[in-house]
Design a protein around this ligand. Sequence first.
Ligand code: NAD
Length: 436
Amino acid sequence: MKIAVIGTGYVGLVTGTCFAETGNDVVCVDIDTTKVQKLSNGQITIYEPGLEKLFLRNLKEERLRFTTDLEDGIKEAQIIFLALPTPPGEDGSADLKYILGVSDQLGKILKDYKVIVDKSTVPVGTAEKVHAAIKKNCKGEFDVVSNPEFLREGVAVDDFMKPDRVVIGTSSDRARKIMNDLYLPFVRQGNPIIFMDERSAELTKYAANSFLATKITFMNEVAQLCERLGADVDMVRRGIGSDERIGKRFLFPGIGYGGSCFPKDVQALVKSSQEVSYDFRILNAVMDVNEKQKLHLMPKVKKYFKDNLKGKHFALWGLAFKPNTDDIREAPALYMIDALLKEGATVAVFDPEAMNNVKQLIGDKVTYSESQYDALENADALIIATEWNEFRTPNFLKIVTSLKNKVIFDGRNLFDIAAIRELGFYYESIGRAPAN
Ligand code: NAD
């Protein structure tokens, strides 16, 4: 099939590459000239495990190309995916200016029948708005389909190639057949393609992300209780996770969820609810708890240093909002850095992939280290904000010799309490007793 993908960010680039990988001809369109130039020259623009290999192969096979010219990009395409940003507007609702702007342009250039697919996360009713925006100028035939994306950054290629499910919202039989044919190679193991109406598909995505954000937040609150009641959240997690109705996944407490999706999607669903006079109370609580959770380590740090962080120097491991990505949008680490700097401390950071993005955002407010161990030089304590695998079994001898004090504040519960106690560290984590 011939496919166009408009917007070549995390979702668009993975979508375009994976569709090319299954033999389709894909053109990716983006307004960012530098990005398009880099991608056309074989330079990948995001870090995502496994993506570069597929990207280079399909570029070489000429099944994947990049352009800034929308008309050129879509002219051959049967299916046009919109993988455009839907950032929060001032009031927290999803800003549809990118989606509707491109829809408006599409209306002016569509000639033969095409399926326009919303892959972005968009509020209920957006398919109708996209349809209207295209229809305004368009005489040709087209269908608008809602096909929300469920990939997780860090495992995006696997998620796309072997999705748990594909959700397709459409009321058109013609579009349904095309979408079914397109996705069949991805569900050969038997996972479902679930067809539904457009509105239900749109809500499915928000409900999924909001549920996951709620699950994490619930565990973060359980962790708070554990700290106050002398229970161990790891034990409680294992105890409840073995119940199949609860499940083992997504029960790990930490310093809050971040990223480009959960924070904005929870907020957007709250806003959508308000618009239909419904107060989605549980989600308001989720947002409130998560905001505070990002700084959950700060009182512990301050208490240890007797409320005076002025002149103290910290090593911070992990900047990305989660491991295996360079994405720092709404990353809890950034909130920690901000709070430490405000207290008069200095920070040396290390992240395997996200340092450049942080440099672009906050420049020289922190020191960027060559390695996780370099960051420790002369630091008063180590703070861990992201659970990268390489932080899980570090060389403790190096930590001991580099740090000024044997002190670790761990926002991701990476270490075994008994083992770290034996090594003589003062160690604070989430929902577990401190080791000292
Ligand atoms: P992104 O910011 O990484 O990428 C968006 C791209 O669109 C950018 O490259 C930008 O230059 C481009 N763009 C903006 N305006 C354009 C225009 N007029 N024409 C062409 N290109 C244009 O965003 P993302 O993370 O890929 O997210 C895209 C959508 O997918 C959002 O709605 C998001 O909520 C949703 N989503 C994201 C993820 C994720 O993990 N990132 C997962 C599922 C769904």
